[in-house]
Design a protein around this ligand. Sequence first.
Ligand code: V47
Ligand code: SF4
Length: 390
Amino acid sequence: MDHSAINAIVAAEKNTGLRAIGNKVIKGERLSREEGVLLFEEASLPFVGALANFVREKLHGNKTYFNRNFHIEPTNVCVFTCKFCSYSRLYAHKEEGWELSIDQMMHIVKKYDGQPVTEVHIVGGVHPKMQLSFFADLLKQIKAHRPDLHIKGFTAVELDYMFRKAKLTVDEGMKVLKEAGLDSLPGGGAEIFAPAVRQQICDDKVDGKGWLEIHKAAHNAGMHSNATMLYGHVESYADRVDHMDQLRSLQDETKGFNTFIPLKFRNHDNEMSHIPEVSVIEDLKLYAIARLYMDNFPHLKAYWPMLGRKNAQLTLAFGVNDIDGTIDDTTKIYSMAGSEEQTPSMTTGELVTLIKQVGRQPIERDTLYKEIRDYTDVPLATIDANPLLN
Ligand code: V47
Ligand code: SF4
């Protein structure tokens, strides 16, 4: 979208507050908390969408990133009791859960031998008996087997518990895992930082301050990380803006975040099932406002297993420039929460098609957004259709 088109859209806006915000966005100026809340309360979807698309195209043109990754979920046994979680089983009921040994996890890694995956994403419940030394061994074995595979592992919730159990400071614990092979941190566990919301939805795990401290320590140790926000439950618009504001401030300080990933609350089979899920209009507005507010986050990701393929395509017109990866069907966190995709796995060809169908340019990236391959002119028939070649 060029300047004259976006100028016309902003000039036509009748609400003076929104018009002022539009003009700030065009000039590349930062939005305040009040302006963030005003966008949620009063802006129309076409208005925020046009602005977010303008910013997205200014930053990335038509480029839309994905990567080839697979997930390992070491366990779904968890000491915590987040009310939105459909995935975890308390230790007391661990017969309903699973816990993988290092050998079993290495078996998953070895399944991808010779396949062009670039990342393994390790995330799971917080098992009381899986400790720092266990995970350090796992990381070492993965690196020894496949040194080029980027290991994106462990939410701040898992790390906080691991470090406390090992009686190490956050910096000390991070050093141990980095030396063992950890390359970056995923964005999970952030939920909503506001203490009053956390108290209602996840009152026993690391708080917002602790989450931010762990990501700061990772950045200081030279690692990158992602950040998530679980939205569409009991939080207010001000809570969403507060969450994004705290992330934006840490990013000013460290520049260590790659990607912001809003996660839509899904209400299947959890203790918050009585809360209705928000509409797709609310989803798209949230992505757009996130793109406008998080001005120092290079990337905005739509996690397609949660949204479904069609809605993920839509987000590409509302600020999103990344749709995660091919993933692997071992991912259970989302299918258990009622995600759109019961067996989340897409071949590279399917991902490329999904991006091309909406007029964007599919680019395979590595975890740190180094471009691996531009698929714009690659004929579909030559892209591997084998799901294992994700
Ligand atoms: O923190 C749990 C969320 C997160 C539900 O960094 C739910 O690249 C919706 O953070 N409805 C973990 N969401 C997963 C995660 C993630 C996923 C993909 C990529 C990356 C990345 C990170 O899943 C949790 C929580 O916010 N979650 N239950 C639910 N019912
Ligand atoms: Fe445990 Fe994570 Fe589920 Fe919370 S969201 S109960 S920390 S697995």
